[in-house]
Design a protein around this ligand. Sequence first.
Ligand code: ADP
Length: 192
Amino acid sequence: MFNLILFGPPGSGKGTQSEKIVEKYALHHLSTGDLLRSEIADQSTLGLEAKKYMDKGQLVPDEVVIGMIRSAIDHHQEAKGFLFDGFPRTPAQAEALDTLLEQNNASINVMLALEVSEEELVTRLLKRGETSGRSDDTNEKVIRARIVEYENKTAAVADYYAAFNKVVKVNGVGSIDDIFQSLCREIDKRTA
Ligand code: ADP
């Protein structure tokens, strides 16, 4: 199994690059943001609970997203590997993920961390908000709150994996294809 975390702040391009990576390497894409939005669309109890946090730009409680990831991994036992996008977002989620993977005799192979400046993130997210239909992308206050959550709670996840020498930083500014090539180079080094 090859398991990859695509890491970075909101708007750093995780979703865009994830689509390209899972296609090329035949990994199963697990995006907690997408899973949560699909729960909201279904108006499930979980979705309605999660929406309260998402609308404010806050993280959804750990137990909710960990439960979602556990069931997604259980349902895709046939996968050659997973690409985790938007997860883990707290050190507690990272520890839970390690335990879940261990139970499947697997582990995280690498975390690729996209680096983009804050002003570029806000510009990109407001632009995405014009067409994405995502209410959390149209309000600059909510966007800034998401970036603050990232700095306060999520950035530490990179330290967690750095302690295992698993983090590689990748410049997230440039053309989509150039960034994709940089990511592929790092993946190829580890899958060859
Ligand atoms: P972005 O990274 O652009 O903010 P996502 O789609 O990854 O977009 O996440 C949207 C929202 O969903 C987040 O602001 C947060 O409220 C919630 N969310 C997604 N993943 C997680 C997670 N792993 N833990 C807690 N909340 C999450």
